[in-house]
Design a binder for this molecule. Structure first.
Ligand SMILES: [Cu+2]
Length: 266
């Protein structure tokens, strides 16, 4: 599966995992509410224009105030908002923390590339740089391809801990339903899960400076055995290249990561 924007597509990207599926369901609810309200207001407006045009209604009524109507058009929107709010808050809290996370990845936003660390896989870390248009190979997506993707095992709850090194960035992968700010001096948590093997594309979606537009994210979900092999090889490779970064490199929990950051900032 490829999680990427399609030409002329309408609506949200297809879901690559459970979080995005829940977002789809919520979107469906809100979309129907919007359609019904728009249709109702449209029909009402058309009827008023027709029924009270000058030819049909030469002497306008001087009526003002209608208690029942006024109470109704105050209470009804409140009820509609409550209907939206309940599943909305439920979804926000569900996205907030990983349940039984089997793997943690630390995501650091930098001007203008990403830095990924795997604290519970031998603590290796590496940078993920965008590929310039001139260097693209056939089949690679323009403005969305990187040299080293974030590799994750499929069917696994993954805790994502984010921080920023310079300015606020945002880790955004639409098809996995992930969007989290990366804020210097703070760590935020969210989670993701790919239910299908595939490549999922995203971008930094917080205006973060000149190259904000060119800060792609690639998440590659692979079978678990393949991930183990990749992690073992990556640990060797990035240790040699010295890809490990002090920032969050050993963070196992948000509290620890926060303490480390405080240490680094002193
Ligand atoms: Cu950014």
């Amino acid at each position: 599966m490829v999680g990427a924007p399609q030409a002329w597509a309408l609506g949200l990207q297809p879901a690559g995992g459970a979080v995005k599926e829940a977002i789809h369901d919520f979107n469906q609810l809100v979309l129907w509410i919007i359609v019904i309200i728009t249709a109702f207001v449209g029909v009402l407006l058309a009827w008023v224009v027709w029924r009270y045009r000058v030819a049909a209604n030469p002497v306008p009524s001087r009526t003002s105030h209608h208690t029942l109507l006024e109470v109704a058009w105050t209470v009804l929107p409140v009820l509609i908002l409550v209907v939206i709010a309940i599943p909305s808050f439920r979804l926000i809290y569900w996205e907030d923390r990983a349940v039984d996370a089997e793997l943690t990845v630390n995501v650091t936003g930098r001007q203008w590339y990403w830095h990924y660390a795997y604290p519970d896989q031998g603590n290796f870390a590496y940078d993920s740089y965008p590929i310039q248009e001139a260097d693209l190979k056939p089949g690679q997506l323009r403005n969305l391809t990187v040299d080293e993707p974030l590799v994750i095992p499929v069917d696994t709850n993954i805790r994502v801990i984010t921080t920023g090194q310079d300015v606020i960035h945002s880790f955004f992968v639409p098809s996995l339903g992930v969007q989290k700010y990366t804020i210097p001096g703070r760590t935020l948590e969210t989670w993701m899960r790919a239910d299908r093997v595939g490549t999922f594309y995203g971008q930094c979606n917080q205006i973060c400076g000149t190259n904000h537009w060119f800060m792609p994210i690639v998440v590659r979900a692979v079978p678990k055995a393949e991930f183990e092999a990749w992690a073992a090889a990556a640990k060797q490779r990035f240790a040699q290249e010295g890809g490990s970064s002090p920032v969050l490199a050993t963070a196992a929990a948000p509290a620890e990561a926060g303490a480390q950051l405080a240490e680094l900032r002193r």
